[in-house]
Design a protein around this ligand. Structure first.
Ligand SMILES: *Cc1c(COP(=O)(O)O)cnc(C)c1O
Length: 817
């Protein structure tokens, strides 16, 4: 018998069927006979939501009355994925849902598919925020996720006839969205522009215009905790004439932003991930959601109080800044405390620094966000004054800590000169209690390189919290077959809320019966993905080949180009007989990746991958041996389908460039082996699973640094490895552009002359390790043993563990009693 601890459904199938019918009738005005899959989806979602409401209300009440401090996770992105099945899992209603929907004459899968994925994030950073709020709720810690309800999420990716990326707007709210509750009665006013005047010796900001921030609330159910937290996303509206009548006219008459302009603020998610954009609208977005959130927290924790004692604010809530996007919150809280509540500077600074903490997600110094002071002054004149004052106080403090004038100068929050810049990462480091990187290696590099001066003078501020992923979505929902096998193997389903229990699978890696079952699960997942792919994308994938996957944003540092060059080399070797066709291990390669619309090289790489796929898949010489597929529009849903079916996962960024990665964790937990560099969390994954169970290749961080220093000449590597030369020559000669030699010339030129991320230098070791990979794969039992050890030893990468580390090292709080 296996121990079952999963939540028990609050309703029978019959009751749930009736609840769906009620929603159809009273909320939607539709009969069961008329109902489409999409109608059933809306009705079922509304019915499910009702089962969360009581816990939601008690969680909020306990939070406000409670003895424990709440967490406010401030993030410009939340890449949530679909909601319905996650809510069903947390309520223990997955089976009741399936049966009820069938009883109503519908296919549960089609009903689930009717949900449109909210794409309110670019990639890893936004998905991390989503995993974290899941874990906070599951650990019973009171928390708000605070962000933006973008009208258009990350673009929908399509490919044109030439294989180029085409971006289509993602109007995700085109159909009824049953999860978000628009709470017009709890809106906040957010001001912009104007000037600062002195009145009675006090600074008074006279803004030029305001917008109305309306919260849209999503319930965030915890797994087995009985707690339901809130994701509060702000939507920008204009103050209309009705509001004008109710407010003081003289104050508001010219203060109203025309509707279209006001609503622009929350209109689009910026399709960028690591490069800053000097976009005014982006700064407006950042201030908009952070200002609304800070005022919201004061409203929530000091209800109805005109003169709250805000010295207690850091005991009520701690704000985590997910990268620099919300850092304008630091001067905003200072402004609120000083201008709105009358605190003196020192008291306000004490409250502010105790309230904020900062997570840094980058390493490249040039990717650290910087805003021109001039722009901040135009949009937020009072904030610029406060930032300058913070800078002055900070420089004074530094003079007490060091005599090194150059160092002090390097650490300025506001740079000197004609066009001063505000460094948001420095502001965050000075204005908060803790700074953390997102993997051991990354945190070390932050201290040694990126924020070195700060770490030397404030060593206690710096810490590490290695990222994680939620096992509920990325194992239980994505991979029910493996979940059942794990539960069977461990004799309990407790692992879903205590992922270290996966360790109990270690001995089973040597149990032939278990290995056989594991192999069956993987094969069934491959068949399921092949069916899904045929249905959804129209391509045939052969489940009897190795499934090899590289999915993540397209970026030069992630080095999709390394994968494609090795793939072309392999294709050429089969074609020209360097490798005997009969010796080739059949492999199917999957890519998934969006490129930022303005990122030329990334988009050209997408075009190349699509055309390599076209040529390879239509070449009878390699039929059955090599296939390449690039399903468009990589998102959370595709991740949930493809990761469980993958056997070999690619994490091949240049060492020192990927802060952590979370895709790597999802794959290992689903029993894929990784081929990867010593970068980001790969380092820790390899430590946990053991060097024997990880395909390591490529240069280390130190070797990369040495090579930069020595002077890197990529052409040397092109000449040295005939496989690489062959691959690049084929591209140059038009093998993937119908003979046209110009199409990929910019890529080729970059590789041969610049190659900043040293793809060519790592090519040989990457191509060589493929033989090792294929040899192991031929021994399926040996492969599966290692794959099981990957699952068993990566419980550490649960986002529950990440959150526990934040609680202990940074937030100093815990679950509600
Ligand atoms: C996990 C995830 C990512 C992050 O992947 P990395 O390989 O860590 O860059 C990006 N997008 C989606 C949809 C994800 O689920």
């Amino acid at each position: 018998m296996t121990e079952q601890t999963a939540p028990k459904s609050p309703v029978t199938t019959e009751q749930f069927t009736n609840e769906i019918k009620e929603q159809l009738k009273y909320a939607q005005g539709i009969t069961v006979e008329q109902a489409t899959d999409a109608d059933i989806y809306v009705a079922a979602s509304l019915a499910v939501r009702r089962h969360l409401v009581d816990s939601w209300a008690t969680t909020q009440k306990d939070m406000v009355n409670g003895s424990t401090k709440a967490v406010g996770y401030l993030s410009a992105e939340f890449l949530m994925g679909k909601q319905l099945r996650n809510a069903l899992l947390n309520l223990g209603m997955l089976a009741e849902f399936d049966d009820a929907v069938k009883a109503l004459g519908h296919d549960p899968q089609l009903v689930v598919d009717s949900e449109y994925e909210p794409g309110l994030g670019n990639g890893g950073l936004g998905r991390l925020a989503a995993c974290f709020i899941d874990s906070l709720a599951s650990l019973g810690v009171p928390a708000f996720g605070y962000g933006i309800q973008y009208k258009y999420g990350i673009f929908k990716q399509e490919f044109d006839a030439e294989g180029k990326q085409v971006e289509r707007p993602d109007y995700w709210l085109a159909n009824e969205e049953p999860w978000g509750h628009i709470d017009y009665n709890r809106s906040q006013k957010v001001n912009f522009g104007g000037q600062v005047v002195e009145e009675d010796g006090k600074k008074v900001w006279k803004p030029a215009w305001s917008v109305r921030a309306v919260p849209v609330d999503y319930m965030v159910p915890g797994y087995k905790s009985g707690r339901v937290n809130t994701l509060r996303l702000w939507s920008a509206k204009s103050y209309d004439e009705f509001d004008l009548l109710t407010f003081n006219k003289s104050e508001y008459l010219d203060a109203v932003k025309p509707q279209v302009e006001a609503e622009n603020i929350s209109k689009i998610l910026y399709p960028e991930d690591s490069t800053p954009q000097g976009k005014r609208l982006r700064l407006e977005q950042q201030y908009f959601f952070v200002a609304a959130s800070i005022h919201d927290a004061i409203r929530v924790f000091y209800p109805g109080q005109d003169k709250p004692d805000l010295t207690t604010f850091p005991n009520k809530i701690t704000f985590q800044l997910n990268d620099t996007h919300p850092v304008i919150g630091i001067p905003e809280l200072m402004r609120v405390l000083i201008d709105e509540y009358g605190y003196d500077w020192d008291t306000a600074w004490d409250i502010t620094t105790k309230t904020f903490n900062y997570t840094c997600h980058t390493l490249l110094p040039e990717a650290l966000e910087v805003w021109p002071a001039r722009l901040i002054g135009e949009l937020l004149p009072r904030h610029l004054e406060i930032i300058n004052e913070i800078n002055d106080h900070f420089l004074e403090e530094l003079k007490g800590l060091t005599r090194d004038k150059e160092r002090i100068n390097r650490m300025r929050i506001v740079t000197e000169g004609d066009d001063p810049q505000v460094r948001m990462a420095y502001l965050a480091t000075a204005g908060g209690s803790h700074v953390n990187g997102v993997a051991e290696l990354h945190s070390q590099l932050l201290k040694d390189v990126t924020l070195r001066d700060f770490s030397d003078l404030f060593p206690k501020k710096f810490t590490n919290v290695t990222n994680g992923v939620t096992p509920r979505r990325f194992i239980r929902l994505a991979n029910p077959r493996l979940s059942n096998l794990i539960t069977e193997g461990l004799g309990t389903d407790k692992w879903l809320s205590d992922l270290d229990l996966l360790q109990g699978l270690v001995p089973l890696a040597d149990d032939p019966e278990f290995v056989k079952k594991f192999a069956e699960v993987k094969h069934a997942n491959k068949v399921a993905f092949a069916n899904f792919a045929k249905d959804r994308y129209g391509f045939e994938a052969n489940p009897d080949t190795m499934f090899n996957t590289m999915v993540k944003r397209l970026h030069e540092y992630k080095r999709q180009s390394l994968k494609i060059l090795a793939l072309i080399a392999r294709y050429a070797a089969i074609k020209n007989g360097t490798i005997n066709v009969d010796d080739v291990l059949p492999r199917t390669v999957f890519f998934g990746a969006k490129a930022a619309p303005g990122y030329y090289m990334a988009k050209l790489t997408i075009q190349l991958i699509n055309n390599v796929a076209r040529v390879v898949n239509n070449d009878p010489d390699v039929k059955g041996k090599l296939a390449v597929h690039f399903p468009a529009n990589y998102n959370v849903r595709l991740a949930q389908h493809l990761i469980p079916a993958t056997e070999l996962d690619e994490q091949i960024s240049q060492a020192g460039k990927e802060a952590s990665g979370t895709g790597n964790m999802k794959f290992a937990l689903n029993g894929a082996l990784t081929v990867g560099t010593l970068d980001g969390a790969n380092v820790e994954i390899r430590e946990k699973v053991g060097a024997d169970n990880f395909f390591l290749f490529g240069m280390t961080v130190d070797e990369v640094e040495d090579l930069y220093e020595k002077g890197y000449d990529p052409a040397k590597y092109y000449e040295a490895d005939p496989r690489l030369k062959m691959a690049i020559d084929m591209i140059s000669n038009g093998a993937f552009s119908d003979g046209d030699r110009n199409t990929y010339a910019p890529l080729v030129a970059d590789w041969l002359t610049k190659d900043y991320f040293m793809t060519l230098a790592d090519f040989t070791s990457y191509a060589d390790i493929q033989y090792e990979i294929e040899d192991l794969y031929r021994d399926q039992d040996a492969w599966n043993r290692k794959a099981i050890l990957n699952v068993a030893n990566t419980g550490y990468f649960s986002s529950d563990r990440s959150i526990e580390d934040y609680l202990e090292r940074i937030w100093h709080t815990g679950p509600l009693a």
